[in-house]
Design a protein around this ligand. Structure first.
Ligand SMILES: [Zn+2]
Ligand SMILES: [Zn+2]
Length: 419
């Protein structure tokens, strides 16, 4: 016997019928984004390593968890750990007209310890809007995510909001924060005792009890915003209020990446465990295009993990897998190749149709038809073949059946399926 294989550690296969739920989620997302003027963007799964390094030099995602490698030509590349960097790199390269609004669905790769709802390859839905710092686009982007959760039936998803300021107000705030942290250095967790100068904001985001406690009274960015940033933040909040979208200000919300500015947000599913309850999030990254060699270009976006969203749906008992059954099952009792032909014709006319293979007996074919969940069986026997008719049998209700001329079949099926 030859060696057998399983999916690599930290990855999983998504098969039917589970995948029907994925398909429905992606379709719902794509439809909503398209209707708001966002087009699909496809960028490579791997980029120059430097693209991701510029996005998050001081983050764990980039420092420890990246799938980086050298290709046969000696190029340093990495599999995408998150969605935004590649999209912004594409913007800088192609300079499309702004506002540039795009969405994507993509796997992301992180070399981390697998745990519930966390994979080395996980899938993300995302959107980015580049070229305007109008606070109303912040509201639009946040609202698109919020509406998706509601459309799925999720009621227990809350929106957390913060502002991280900009290059004008952040440096003086950082100094104030560093000063505070230095005074409390002894009380911080081991990691942050040594790293507070490098990334002071990250200390606020730390989940360890020591850091939480030591930073309870730390200065908050929202109290140190410059006039422009404060006005921007006020308008985002007012816009959300106008659309009836509830939110809570969470001053510890700093997100994982270095280039976030001003608006940041996260959606948390209270039906999930606190450590794993983020079902989406994002923010403004007004400095990122420049960091990737482009002209200064504001931008905002979000990403949401498909696996995590579906866990939240399970926890709330909403968004069940859609029924994946075909409408019609063709049962061929002749040796004439009728099933081949009929299935082809029906599919061509837009009727969801399937059939059995391998010249199976009448009984086996009817069993397959019943098991398939199809509503109707189209049966063709020797008599029907001679008469140019078929028998249409209802597989669900009273199993009524009728004889239909072949040339009227498609019309009759449409009537029965869509009365
Ligand atoms: Zn810490
Ligand atoms: Zn500012």
């Amino acid at each position: 016997m030859s060696e057998s294989f399983t999916a690599p550690k930290g990855t999983r296969d998504v098969l039917p019928p589970e995948s029907a739920r994925w398909q429905a989620l992606i379709a719902e997302f794509a439809g909503r984004l398209n209707r708001a003027g966002y087009g699909l963007v496809q960028t490579p799964l791997f980029e120059d390593l430097a693209v991701f390094e510029r996005v998050g030099e001081s983050t764990d995602v980039v420092r420890k968890e990246m799938y980086d490698f050298e290709d046969k030509g000696g190029r340093r590349l990495a599999l995408r750990p998150e969605g935004t960097a590649g999209v912004v790199r594409a913007f800088v390269q192609h300079r499309p007209t702004t506002p540039w609004k795009v969405w994507y669905v993509t796997p992301n790769f992180r070399y981390e310890s697998p745990q519930a709802g966390r994979y080395r390859q996980h899938f993300q839905l995302g959107a980015e809007a580049m070229g305007t710092d109008d606070p109303e686009i912040d509201v639009e982007v946040i609202t698109l995510a919020w509406q998706l959760y509601r459309a799925l039936g999720l009621q227990r998803v809350v929106l957390l909001l913060n502002s991280l300021g900009d290059p004008q107000c952040r440096p003086p705030y950082f100094e104030t924060l560093r000063e505070y942290l230095r005074e409390h250095r002894r009380d911080l967790c081991d990691e942050h005792r040594d790293r507070l100068d490098e990334a002071p904001l990250r200390v606020l985001d730390c989940k360890r009890a020591a850091c939480r406690k030591a930073t309870a009274d730390a200065p908050r960015m929202v109290d140190h915003l410059c006039d422009d940033c404060r006005a921007h933040f006020e308008q985002v909040k007012a816009g959300l209020g106008r659309l009836g979208i509830d939110f809570a200000i969470e001053t510890r919300l700093v997100r994982g990446l270095d280039y976030y500015t001003r608006t940041t947000f996260e959606f948390q599913a209270s039906a999930l465990d606190a450590a794993q309850n983020a079902v989406g999030g994002g923010g403004r990254y007004d400095l990122l295009a420049e960091a990737l060699g482009g002209p200064p270009t504001p931008g905002i976006g979000f990403g949401m993990g498909i696996e995590r969203i579906l866990l939240a749906c399970d926890a709330e008992g909403v968004f069940p897998a859609p029924e994946a059954a075909v409408d019609v099952w063709v049962v061929d009792l002749t040796d004439s190749g009728a099933a081949l032909e009929l299935s082809h014709q029906l599919r061509d006319a837009g009727v969801a149709t399937d059939r059995a293979f391998g010249g199976r007996s009448a009984k086996a074919q009817m069993k397959a038809a019943n098991r398939s969940g199809a509503r109707l069986a189209v049966i063709i026997g020797e008599q029907e073949l001679t008469d140019a008719t078929v028998t249409v049998r209802d597989l669900r209700a009273d199993r009524e059946q009728e004889t239909v001329p072949r040339d009227k079949l498609i019309d009759r099926l449409q009537e029965l399926l869509h009365p």
